[in-house]
Design a protein around this ligand. Structure first.
Ligand SMILES: NC(=O)c1ccc[n+]([C@@H]2O[C@H](COP(=O)([O-])OP(=O)(O)OC[C@H]3O[C@@H](n4cnc5c(N)ncnc54)[C@H](OP(=O)(O)O)[C@@H]3O)[C@@H](O)[C@H]2O)c1
Length: 317
């Protein structure tokens, strides 16, 4: 089934996906809701029709903002959200997120997402993380049930390894995988991307800008806000912001800037355009301001030559 890139019931899916993690406000410093809504509106007016969010992006706040923005244009946008995570309080008192793909939890989460998003269907519903504690059949049969009932249109997964994806596909028709992929993290190239191609699926890359590193705006000892995860660099998916790695990546970005100048584009645009070379990749890109999304959208005009591609491989691998 070919879905992305086609008009689906009047909904055109743009190649560039607006990643709504940052506007949830919980993980990457302060955001202003009015500015976030203006940024979403600017993205839409300039051709972005695909939006990715999740309940855990600001404890529902990102979904709520998208719901506000989507009023009067629901049939013109494609909304991807996620489920399958719960908050647990450890004995130390610390609240942590844990994968939880039980049928009961997914039903509860889907209902809450539909309410916040102000809609009666989700276009793409993704299991946020694999849950080794729940029977995979229970998780994916539940998602298929949602699809049959019409509350979700398509099923996706996120942060899955190849073996987990193959298992899940036994119980549901999965059309998309959302994993981290960018110039710094190339693991998906060996097995997952060839599998996506072979299975006629789509790939949503997250961290497409390495969480801002490829914009070229950072410098050593950059003053990240206290509530910004990049301040400590602690993340389940990467260690880009651990001080010694961060300084190395800043040097790589200096070379990215030189290559971008050759193509008359910004380094962020080059990093996104590099992902767009692959027709099955839909890059997720976060933005907090109109200026940022305006810069990122221009990536669609950048043509990465094979010479620049080789240079990028040389710098980043
Ligand atoms: N499935 C998962 O587990 C998972 C995990 C992570 C992300 N995601 C998804 O992937 C999306 C993209 O990832 P991401 O948002 O974390 O990271 P990203 O796209 O690599 O970086 C986005 C951040 O970089 C900065 N930025 C973006 N464009 C800029 C520009 N032109 N100039 C200057 N700064 C710019 C902004 O933050 P500052 O202004 O604060 O620097 C923005 O929030 C997320 O929004 C989310 O939808 C999914």
């Amino acid at each position: 089934m070919n879905v992305f890139g086609y008009t689906v019931n009047g909904t055109q899916c743009s190649r560039l996906v607006f990643g709504a993690w940052a506007i949830g406000g919980a993980f990457t410093g302060k955001v202003d809701d009015k500015e976030s809504l203006n940024t979403l509106a600017f993205a839409f007016e300039n051709g972005i029709s695909f939006f990715d969010t999740a309940p855990v992006y600001g404890n529902g706040h990102s979904e709520w903002l998208l719901g506000q923005f989507a009023q009067n244009k629901r049939t013109k946008i494609f909304i991807a959200t996620k489920g399958g995570i719960s908050w647990k309080t450890h004995s130390s008192g610390q609240r942590v997120m844990e994968p939880y793909g039980s049928s009961k939890n997914l039903k509860r989460e889907l209902e809450a997402s539909l309410r916040r998003l102000n809609t009666d269907y989700i276009d793409l519903y993704q299991l946020h993380w694999p849950d080794p504690k729940t029977d995979i059949a229970e998780t994916f049969e539940t998602l298929t049930q949602f699809q049959t009932e019409g509350s979700i249109r398509f099923i996706g997964v996120s942060n899955f390894a190849l073996s987990q994806l193959k298992q899940a596909k036994k119980y549901a028709e999965i059309i998309a995988l959302q994993n981290q992929y960018n110039l710094l993290s190339r693991e998906v190239e060996t097995e997952l991307l060839p599998f996506i191609e072979q299975e006629d699926m789509y790939f949503l890359s997250y961290g497409s800008l390495a969480y801002g590193i490829f914009t070229g705006k950072f410098y050593p000892s950059y003053p990240f806000a206290e509530n910004d995860w990049r301040k400590t660099g602690i993340s389940p998916t990467n260690n880009y912001f651990i001080p010694s790695n961060f300084e190395h990546h800043l040097k790589q970005v200096n070379q990215l800037k030189v290559l971008a100048e050759e193509l008359h584009c910004s380094p962020a645009q080059l990093a996104i355009a590099w992902l767009l070379r692959h027709p099955r990749i839909y890059p997720l890109v976060g933005a907090k301001t109109i200026g940022q999304i305006k810069d990122n959208i221009q990536a669609l005009q950048v043509n990465v030559t094979s010479e620049i591609e080789k240079e990028l491989d040389h710098v980043f691998t």
